[in-house]
Design a protein around this ligand. Structure first.
Ligand code: NI
Length: 174
C-alpha cells in the first residue's frame, strides 16, 4: 500500500468532473487500498479519487478511523437516489487544509453505488456519514466545500493556501 500525493486547492484539476468506472480489476482494488492509506495518513474520514489526480468516480470513507474493514465504505459510481431533511456542520477537506466552513447538506440520503467487484448496492446514511458521502460525491462532480462559502472567505483562504503550498515545497526539499 502507498500514500499518494494529494492535489490542493486552488489546483484547477480539482474542478474536473470524474468519469465512470467501467473496469473492476485488481488495479482498482489496489487504488482503493492506496486511497484508504492516503486518507488515514492525513487523518481524513473520506477521500475521492480526483483528490489524488485520478479522475474516476471512486470514494472511500471511514468515519470511525480505526482502520477496520467493517467500517470502510467504498462507493464506486455513486448516485444519490433519495434525500431528506437539512443538516450541516463545519466541514474540512484534505485538499483544502487549514480551513473549515459550514455547508448545508441533506440530513439523510440513500446512495446507489458499486463495490470494488462491480456489484450494485444501496446505502442509507444520516448525520456525519451522510454529510461525508455528499462531500465526497461533490468531489466527483468537480465541486469543493469551499465553493459553498462566501467569496470573502474563499479569497482570504486563497492567500493562506499559497503560504501552505510554499511550506509543503519546503518540507519536500528537506
Ligand atoms: Ni474533500
Amino acid at each position: 500500500m502507498a500514500v499518494l500525493d494529494l492535489l490542493y486547492y486552488p489546483d484547477e484539476k480539482l474542478y474536473q468532473v470524474s468519469a465512470q468506472v467501467t473496469e473492476f480489476n485488481s488495479e482498482l482494488k489496489q487504488l482503493v487500498d492506496d486511497m484508504f492509506e492516503t486518507m488515514y495518513a492525513d487523518e481524513g474520514i473520506g477521500l475521492a479519487a480526483p483528490q489524488i489526480g485520478v479522475f474516476k468516480r471512486i470514494v472511500v470513507i471511514d468515519t470511525v478511523g480505526e482502520k477496520k474493514k467493517e467500517d470502510q465504505l467504498v462507493l464506486i459510481n455513486p448516485e444519490i437516489i433519495s434525500s431528506e431533511g437539512k443538516t450541516g456542520i463545519n466541514e474540512g477537506c484534505l485538499s483544502v487544509p487549514g480551513l473549515r466552513g459550514h455547508v448545508d447538506r441533506f440530513e439523510k440520503i440513500t446512495v446507489r453505488a458499486q463495490n470494488v467487484t462491480g456489484e450494485f448496492f444501496e446505502k442509507s446514511a444520516d448525520d456525519l456519514l451522510a454529510i461525508c458521502m455528499q462531500h465526497e460525491i461533490d468531489h466527483l462532480n468537480g465541486k469543493l466545500f469551499i465553493d459553498y462559502l462566501s467569496p470573502l472567505k474563499r479569497n482570504l483562504y486563497r492567500k493562506k493556501a499559497k503560504l501552505l503550498a510554499k511550506e509543503r515545497e519546503r518540507l519536500k526539499k528537506q
